[in-house]
Design a protein around this ligand. Structure first.
Ligand code: NDP
Length: 494
């Protein structure tokens, strides 16, 4: 070591005692056996066994980075959220993008919906927006969420993913075909996470300082433009690297090429919800732009990579339950269920006190009365030593009614509502297919669907095709033609 190279720090046990050797186990004689008292050896092996935590059941493979959100337009007439308090105000944030179905080791360039999860460390608490790169989802009722996810995961016997299961489900749940259309279109395989839009997807609510409520949809438009790969191009890339998204996002930020997105909202006055021809709280529907135009709010830039992927991206816990003053939920059934299930997934995956891990911890003061539990490393945060219950007269933290959300009027009978008979699930995918996509995009859509149907049983394919016919006769016919072309090519290749 040269004289000016700083001496590295001394290695210690986790209890802080300096370690004399990290190269040789302690043995009886030079041929062994090893001694039970070599605690450092036991500690290393025991730690290694515990290096993995349960992977997320969905969105296991992800890529993330830190950044900054900046307000560019005043929307204080809609929301009193502190994050939107003044034009130019900045808030630190974290983004994690992901695929949905693949496990931790899955290839990045697979056709799949991409998770688009954002955590804003606002000065009035953390606000998480846990969305996707699509404005809609496959199901509108959370009772069907576990069933849907099972179709995306492995068959219990073959341990392979099953096209039959996917198309069997989709063919019997026609509200899913809007999302299926987006997934099978060019937007279902972005070149990397910087080339896709993000959506809050659910309907949320805003309220302003006068207590007026508005329903709101969040949109994040990529400033990098949309770029996609075809299935063939992606297969070639996966042959070279399974980590293309991590390489792209990490590499761009390391090079100072910071990706940016513009945040927009669609705003619906509270009582409009009773007038729209579609249910504005249905997660399988968008609000047409012509009815509710995009209003610019701000922009975010990702400009800092994590120092440690596990601590800051794998342990990042995003949950729609994290909301702040001025931003609320809506009657959206899927959102209501995710408010429970996301926080619960993190309790299971990371432990009871996951919110206190540095990446999840708010950057504003935190005071609560939760007590003890596994891995409590922060002690008591009630604000006073003797105040470990509430109410107390010992100086513990107290509620602040000025943060209360305005009351929401609800009506209707409590029942399991048969929504599928009442709702037109074909109109919005029809608008996308017939009006938004051009001929070339439609051609690739048909081919992608034909490819995704490969290996599925014919009866489930036929049932699904009937629904594509209902969306648009040209849609069903296009898929049939693509399937016939694929079959003819396979025969010719034999
Ligand atoms: P508009 O004609 O005003 O806008 C069309 C929208 O479709 C744009 O947001 C466009 O995104 C987006 N788009 C383009 N290609 C694709 C694709 N392959 N997959 C998904 N979205 C795509 O439409 P309307 O508001 O009247 O809605 C018509 C249809 O457009 C909807 O039924 C829905 O399927 C789709 N759509 C609507 C959105 C909305 O919030 N209203 C959002 C996204 C899709 P971009 O501007 O980035 O090109």
């Amino acid at each position: 070591m040269s004289q000016d190279t700083p001496r590295p720090p001394r290695m210690t046990t986790t209890a802080g005692a300096p370690i004399a050797s990290n190269q040789h186990s302690e043995t009886a004689g030079d041929r062994g056996p090893v001694l039970m008292q070599d605690y450092q050896l036991l500690e290393k092996l025991a730690h290694q066994n515990r290096e993995r935590i349960p992977e997320r059941v969905v969105h296991a493979k992800g890529w993330g980075a830190f950044g900054t959100f900046t307000v560019t337009q005043d929307i204080t007439q809609y929301s009193c959220a502190s994050i939107f308090g003044a034009v130019g105000k900045t808030t630190p944030m974290l983004a994690r993008f992901s695929t949905v179905a693949g496990e931790m080791g899955a290839a990045d360039h697979e056709r799949d919906v991409r998770g688009f999860a954002l955590k804003f460390y606002t000065d009035e608490g953390n606000w998480d927006l846990v969305g996707n790169n699509t404005p809609v989802f496959f199901v509108r009722d959370p009772l069907k969420f576990p069933d849907f996810i099972h179709t995306q995961k492995r068959h219990p016997r073959t341990n392979l993913r099953s096209p039959t299961a996917m198309w069997d489900f989709w063919g019997q749940v026609p509200e899913s075909l809007h999302q299926v259309t987006i997934l099978m279109s060019d937007r279902g395989l972005p070149q990397d996470p910087t080339f896709m839009d993000g959506f809050g997807s659910h309907t949320y609510s805003f309220w302003n300082k006068d207590g007026e409520r508005f329903w709101v949809k969040f949109h994040f438009k990529t400033r990098q433009g949309h770029r996609f790969y075809t299935n063939g191009q992606a297969a070639e890339i996966i042959g070279h690297t399974r980590e293309g998204y991590q390489e792209a996002l990490f590499g761009k930020i390391e090079r100072g090429e910071f990706p940016r997105w513009t945040m927009y909202v669609q705003i619906m006055p509270e009582l409009d919800a009773e007038k729209t021809p579609y249910d504005p709280f249905d997660l399988t529907k968008v609000w047409p732009h012509a009815d509710y135009p995009l209003i610019e709010v701000g922009e975010f830039e990702l400009n800092r990579n994590a120092d440690n992927y596990f601590a800051q991206i794998e342990q990042a816990a995003f949950s729609p339950s994290n909301k702040v003053r001025g931003i609320g939920y809506s009657p959206d059934k899927m959102l209501q269920a995710r408010v429970f299930s996301y926080a619960d997934a993190h309790r299971y995956r990371l432990g009871t006190h996951y919110e206190h891990l540095p990446v999840n911890a708010p950057k504003c003061p935190v005071h609560h009365y939760h007590k003890d539990g596994q891995m409590n490393f922060f002690g008591q945060v009630t604000g006073s030593t003797d105040a470990y219950y509430e109410p107390n007269s010992r100086g513990g933290a107290v509620e602040d009614p000025s943060f209360a959300e305005p009351p929401l009027r609800l009506s209707g009978v409590a029942a399991r509502q048969p929504h599928r008979q009442l709702i037109d699930d074909y109109e919005q995918p029809r608008a996308l297919h017939d009006r938004v996509l051009n001929d070339e995009e439609r051609g690739r859509l048909y081919k992608n669907i034909a490819a995704a149907m490969e290996g599925a049983d014919e009866d489930v394919i036929e049932r699904a095709l009937v629904h594509f016919d209902c969306i648009s006769p040209a849609y069903g016919a296009g898929i049939r033609a693509a399937r016939a072309e694929k079959a003819a090519k396979a025969v010719a290749a034999e």
